[in-house]
Design a protein around this ligand. Structure first.
Ligand SMILES: Cc1cc2nc3c(=O)[nH]c(=O)nc-3n(C[C@H](O)[C@H](O)[C@H](O)COP(=O)(O)O)c2cc1C
Length: 273
């Protein structure tokens, strides 16, 4: 039930919601009307575009949305965030406040998803003690595989083999880079764009986390470990029918970067048609 409602006192019959609806399911009949509930994919563009906050859908009160005018970050600061974000590999040995993690996830779930599926599952390690147990389990399994010569070629010497030896010889954590938390995204395999959705969700989380001074690192080593210890994914509570997106370690950084790096120019291919 979409619960599409128009506040007729506020509606100025401008037709913006009709023009904006990507599914074409709103029509003007005096005031806007929902013509096909099943065709709506619940993107809320009608609510977002209405100049007088007259549209409500899915029980959402438009007055509870954040107004955009004057509230957007300025491009200069946003560019600094994008260029100043680093893969953080040193973390403080403390948990983030659970409320902060909840806030990061509550905002990150606004990331776009194909056909507005919004089915990305955020699997999160919220406590260091859990992270420590997971690390112990995974590195223990990897060590046994390494001993038995069972690590896949290419991963044995380099990535996973190194993860085991660094931990055993120096107590250095290559698996999670010493981060207190882990975020893994997944989405039902039957979603229209499960791979893209999961990656976009993590990229969104990453930038928002950095805006809060929370460090993150995309964790390819963890993904490789899941690849060779695949039963662990299910034990983390990720449903069997889900496509695994990626893992990201995060927490309070124990490093402070002073300036952006200098990359570019962007590799650009201009289409000549
Ligand atoms: C898909 C992906 C996987 C990555 N896996 C790891 C990893 O397992 N361990 C690690 O320390 N860094 C990992 N990184 C971080 C990259 O090495 C890092 O982004 C790159 O060196 C550029 O540095 P920057 O993120 O500070 O700009 C990964 C990054 C990406 C995008």
């Amino acid at each position: 039930m979409l619960d599409f409602r128009i506040d007729e006192e506020r509606c100025i019959q401008c037709g913006e919601c009709v023009l904006e609806c990507p599914a074409g399911v709103i029509a003007m009949d005096g005031h806007p009307k929902m013509t096909n509930e099943a065709g709506c994919f619940q993107c809320q563009h009608c609510l977002a575009v209405c100049p007088t906050a007259a549209v409500s859908i899915l029980g959402r009160n438009p007055d509870a949305s954040t107004p955009l005018a004057g509230n957007m970050p300025d491009p200069v600061h946003l560019a600094t965030l994008i260029k100043g974000r680093r893969a953080v590999r040193r973390y403080r040995d403390k948990d983030l406040a659970p409320e902060l993690i909840d806030h990061l996830l509550a905002v990150s779930c606004h990331a776009p998803t194909g056909v507005n599926a919004r089915s990305v599952l955020f699997t999160v390690v919220r406590e260091r003690v859990v992270m420590n147990r997971l690390r112990e389990h995974l590195i223990g399994r990897l060590a046994k595989l390494k001993e038995g010569g069972e690590l896949p070629e290419g991963l044995a010497g380099k990535y996973l083999g190194w993860t085991v030896s660094a931990w055993q010889e120096k107590g250095t954590d290559i698996l999670f880079r010493g981060a207190p938390h882990l975020l893994i995204t997944s989405a039902p395999a039957e979603a229209p764009c499960p791979v893209q959705d999961t990656h976009i969700a993590l990229a969104t989380f990453q930038l928002f986390a950095h805006a809060h001074g929370v460090g993150t690192v995309w964790d390819g080593i963890c993904m490789m470990a899941f690849g060779v210890c695949s039963d662990v994914v299910g034990k983390l509570g990720i449903p069997e029918n889900h496509t695994l997106g990626y893992a990201m370690a995060f927490g309070e950084p124990a490093v402070e970067y002073q300036r952006t790096v200098q990359r570019g120019p962007a590799l650009v291919n201009v289409v000549q048609w």
